[in-house]
Write a protein that binds this ligand. Structure first.
Ligand code: DDH
Length: 292
C-alpha cells in the first residue's frame, strides 16, 4: 500500500471497500475495551468530526479532519476520542492514500453497518486541512442543556427537529465514561447493536435523577443501570421532538430510514460537492454480505 501512495494511485470503489473491511475487522479486536467493540467510539469520532459545521460561514465539518490538531483535539467534547483516532491511525498506515476526513467518516459508516444498523450512503473526496482550519470550542452539544441549546447547535448545521431526534438515536450505541465526559453508563442494554431501543426506553422506563456526586443525569428506576443525559430526556419533553421520538419508538424501520439519511448528510457537511469523486454516494457492503 505504501508504494501506492507514492505513485499517482487513484483509488477505486473496490479500494474503499477494502478500507471498510479493514475497519470492520478491527471493531471486534477491542478485547476487554468497554463492551468489546470499538464501534461506538468510532461513530462518535465520525460525528464530532462532522458536527462542527456552521452553515453561515461554511466552516467546520468533516472536510479537513481538524480534530488532529490542538486545540480542537483537546476540546472537552472530544475527550476520549484520542482512542478512536489511534485506532484509525493504524488503518491509515495500511492505506496511506485515504484522507483523514474520508477515513474517519468511513469509520462511522462501517461501525453503524457492522453493528446491524442501516446502510449509510457514503462517498470519498475529503481532503486533509491544516491547523488553521480548526474550529473554535463550543460547536458541539453540551449535555447539561435543554431544547433551545439543541436547536441552536443543530440548526447551525442545517438540521431540523426531525433530524435532531433521528441523529440522537445513535445513543442506542456506546456509553458515557466518567474519565471522558464525567457522565456514566450506557443508554441501552445492547450498546454494540444499532436498534431503536433508545427511543423505546425513553418512553417505556421511568427516569429519575441519579443520586450521585457526578453531573446531573437520569437513571432508569427499574434497574438503575441505564442512563439518559439531560439532552436525551428533552426529546420526550419538548412537544415537537416528542412527536418524532414516539414515531421512532413505534417503528424501527422508520428510524433506520431517517437515521441513515440524516447521518449520511451529517458526514458530508462542509465538503464542497465538486470534491466528491462520485455524483452519487455508494452503499458499501458489510462483511457478512461479502461472504454470501
Ligand atoms: Fe453523543 N454523547 N451526544 N451523539 N455519542 C456521548 C457518547 C456518544 C451528546 C453527548 C454525549 C450525538 C448527540 C449527542 C454518540 C453518538 C452521537 C457522550 C459520552 C456524551 C456526553 C462520552 C463519553 O463519556 O465517552 C449530546 C449532548 C448530544 C446531543 O445533544 C444531541 C449524535 C448526534 C451522535 C451520532 O453519532 C449521530 C456515540 C456513538 C456515543 C458513545 C461513544 C462511546 O465511546 O461509547
Amino acid at each position: 500500500q505504501a508504494a501506492k501512495a507514492a505513485t499517482n494511485f487513484v483509488p477505486s470503489r473496490a479500494d474503499y471497500q477494502k478500507v471498510y473491511n479493514r475497519i470492520a475487522e478491527t471493531l471486534d479486536e477491542a478485547g476487554e475495551y468497554d463492551d468489546g467493540s470499538y464501534g461506538p467510539v468510532l461513530v462518535r469520532l465520525a460525528w464530532h468530526s462532522s458536527g462542527t459545521y456552521d452553515k453561515e460561514t461554511g466552516t467546520g465539518g468533516s472536510n479537513y479532519a481538524t480534530m488532529r490538531f490542538e486545540p480542537e483535539a483537546l476540546h472537552g467534547a472530544n475527550n476520549g476520542l484520542n482512542v478512536a483516532r489511534g485506532i484509525m491511525e493504524k488503518i491509515k498506515q495500511e492505506f496511506p492514500w485515504i484522507s483523514y476526513g474520508d477515513l474517519w467518516t468511513l469509520g462511522g459508516v462501517a461501525a453503524i453497518q457492522e453493528m446491524q444498523g442501516p446502510k449509510i450512503p457514503w462517498r470519498p473526496g475529503r481532503i486533509d486541512g491544516f491547523a488553521k482550519d480548526a474550529t473554535p470550542d463550543g460547536r458541539l452539544p453540551d449535555a447539561t442543556q435543554g431544547q433551545d441549546h439543541l436547536r441552536k447547535i443543530f440548526y447551525r448545521m442545517g438540521f431540523n427537529d426531525q433530524e435532531i431526534v433521528a441523529l440522537s438515536g445513535a445513543h442506542a450505541l456506546g456509553r458515557c465514561h466518567t474519565d471522558r465526559s464525567g457522565f456514566e453508563g450506557p443508554w441501552t442494554f445492547s450498546p454494540t447493536t444499532f436498534t431503536h431501543d433508545y427511543f423505546k426506553l425513553l418512553f417505556d422506563e421511568k427516569w429519575v435523577w441519579r443520586k450521585w456526586s457526578g453531573p446531573k443525569q437520569l437513571a432508569d428506576k427499574k434497574t438503575g443501570t441505564l442512563m439518559m443525559l439531560p439532552t436525551d430526556y428533552v426529546l420526550i419533553q419538548d412537544k415537537s421532538f416528542k412527536k418524532y421520538a414516539k414515531a421512532y419508538a413505534d417503528n424501527q424501520d422508520l428510524f433506520f430510514k431517517d437515521f441513515s439519511a440524516a447521518f449520511a448528510r451529517l458526514l458530508e457537511l462542509g465538503v464542497p460537492t465538486a470534491q466528491f469523486v462520485s455524483s452519487e454516494p455508494w452503499e458499501l457492503k458489510t462483511l457478512d454480505e461479502q461472504k454470501k
